[in-house]
Design a protein. Structure first.
Length: 81
């Protein structure tokens, strides 16, 4: 019969684990880079306005909603309807 050999399963699991690790590492690096750019932009804005680096409650809420929307969009990638 056409049964896969037992040694094929660990290789598939190993490839899945390696791909999962690469995805997590890539996501962490992209997130850190995006955070660094955001902090640089906030500092630039504070220097331009000659004020301290701070977000108002409204700006924080807007950013939170934008990040939540972005995460929802990323989570739905690959979903077929």
């Amino acid at each position: 019969m056409d049964q896969p050999e037992p040694c094929d399963a660990p290789s598939t699991q190993k490839e899945y684990t390696m791909n999962k690790g690469r995805t997590l590492l890539t996501g962490a690096l992209v997130g850190a880079f995006a955070g660094l750019i955001a902090a640089m932009l906030l500092n630039r804005r504070a220097e331009k306005n000659e004020s301290e680096t701070a977000l108002t409650a409204g700006e924080g809420l807007k950013l939170g909603m934008l990040v939540f929307g972005l995460l929802r969009a990323i989570a739905s990638l690959g979903d077929e309807k």
